[in-house]
Design a protein around this ligand. Structure first.
Ligand code: HEM
Ligand SMILES: *[C@@H]1O[C@H](CO)[C@@H](O)[C@H](O)[C@H]1NC(C)=O
Ligand SMILES: *[C@@H]1O[C@H](CO)[C@@H](O)[C@H](O)[C@H]1NC(C)=O
Ligand SMILES: *[C@@H]1O[C@H](CO)[C@@H](O)[C@H](O)[C@H]1NC(C)=O
Ligand SMILES: *[C@@H]1O[C@H](CO)[C@@H](O)[C@H](O)[C@H]1NC(C)=O
Ligand SMILES: *[C@@H]1O[C@H](CO)[C@@H](O)[C@H](O)[C@H]1NC(C)=O
Length: 316
């Protein structure tokens, strides 16, 4: 009994000794009820001119959350001698930052200084999925923006060459499970990759093989034709699945056929548990959507910041 009381007391102290940045669904109901629709409109408008916007926003949110929590640090630009995350090495293909700036401007016009850039990015990523044919869901809000963004932090992002144990470690360090890993990798139903991110699988795979033997041979051949060994074409690459502007479960179907782009995708087939999840999501769009929404809410609830920035690009 005494032990239980002591434990409860310890838990209570833990709860109050850290500044918990708790999120809620109705966070802006009183202070900025129109914020969400303003963000949706900004994303819609950008998509009309550029079909690559949804993929960019989803990946941007993922990078934001994996570095210092979802605190808008990915949005900051380099200043003086500080090189920001967005200018760090694996930034390749991060783009469409202007969509967040436009959304922020619209939201600031409605309710100045109230809605964080981190929340705007989380909402924009959700709308990007919903507007691409995926599920819509309610996003818990109340994230705060951080003041630090360092290019060197991008080394903490998982690499496309990671195997399953490296992926597991990267996700579990952020409180995310193997199920979250498989569900969130489904984000690769949208978007594009440059050759450099998958060249390990199609040239000099290892000392004896040129091509990753787990890759479907004709798929490997098609990737090699757009990405030759000494590729000189600047933006050459491949879409992450065959319906890269539609949010669906095609990614998992192709993965099961050896037609995924990254080693980190293929790695999901290397443990029985993750392979079972891949099959289940490949068989059922509903199962995938349910798991994706649950895991997105989990990933986007990793908080980190402390203020509301007025300009998403600069700290004052
Ligand atoms: C599991 C670990 C992950 C790895 C190793 C990984 C790696 C990558 C790489 C290397 C690219 C292509 C970069 C390029 O060459 O242009 C990419 C693109 C992308 N990733 Fe991931 N990713 C991971 C997880 C995620 C998650 C969790 C999401 C979101 C839920 C996500 C969403 C995307 C999207 C949408 C793109 C396409 C971006 C665009 O077309 O602009 N990825 N990822
Ligand atoms: C970077 O600049 C700040 C002031 O702008 C200065 O305090 C700091 O020492 C500089 N750091 C390096 C590594 O040069
Ligand atoms: C990505 O980082 C490189 C430096 O590693 C930088 O030169 C480039 O401008 C960055 N690209 C974007 C889109 O921020
Ligand atoms: C998704 O639902 C929210 C309400 O929860 C709404 O504000 C938002 O506009 C919806 N997004 C899309 C793209 O329909
Ligand atoms: C994954 O890669 C790491 C680092 O190269 C290695 O130590 C580990 O044994 C690998 N794990 C698997 C399951 O291949
Ligand atoms: C190359 O990869 C194949 C397939 O994974 C493996 O069987 C072979 O032993 C590897 N060769 C070397 C030299 O590592």
């Amino acid at each position: 009994m005494a032990a239980i009381v002591a434990l409860m007391f310890a838990l209570l102290m833990l709860t109050f000794s850290f500044p918990v940045n708790s999120l809620s669904l109705n966070y802006y109901d009183q202070t900025c009820p129109k914020a969400e629709s303003a963000v949706t409109n900004a994303v819609k408008k950008a998509m009309m001119n550029d079909k690559t916007v949804p993929a960019a926003l989803l990946r941007m949110h993922f990078h934001d959350c994996f570095i210092r929590g979802c605190d808008g640090s990915v949005l900051l630009k380099s200043v003086g001698n500080n090189t920001a995350e967005k200018d760090g090495p694996p930034n390749i293909s991060l783009h469409a930052f202007y969509v967040i700036d436009n959304a922020k401007k619209a939201v600031e016009a409605l309710c100045p200084g109230v809605v964080s850039c981190a929340d705007i990015l989380a909402l924009a990523a959700r709308d990007a999925v919903a507007l691409s044919g995926g599920p819509n869901w309610s996003v818990p809000k109340g994230r705060k923006d951080g003041r630090i963004s360092k290019a060197s932090d991008t080394r903490q992002l998982p690499a496309p060459t990671f195997n399953i144990s490296q992926l597991q470690q990267s996700f579990s360090q952020r409180g995310l499970s193997m199920e979250d890993l498989v569900a969130l990798s489904g984000g690769h139903t949208l978007g594009f990759s440059h050759c450099s991110s998958f060249q390990n699988r199609i040239h000099n795979f290892n000392a004896t093989l040129d091509i990753d033997p787990t890759m479907h041979p004709s798929f490997a051949a098609s990737l090699r034709s757009v990405c030759p060994a000494h590729n000189k074409v600047k933006n050459a690459g491949a879409t992450l699945d065959s319906s890269s502007t539609t949010f669906d479960n095609t990614y998992y179907k192709l993965l099961l056929q050896g037609k995924s782009i990254f080693s980190s995708d293929q790695a999901l087939l290397t443990t029985p548990k993750t392979k079972r999840l891949v099959s289940s999501f490949g068989n059922s769009q509903k199962e995938f959507e349910k798991a994706f929404v649950k895991s997105m809410i989990k990933m986007s609830s990793i908080t980190g910041g402390q203020e509301v920035r007025l300009d998403c690009k600069v700290v004052r």
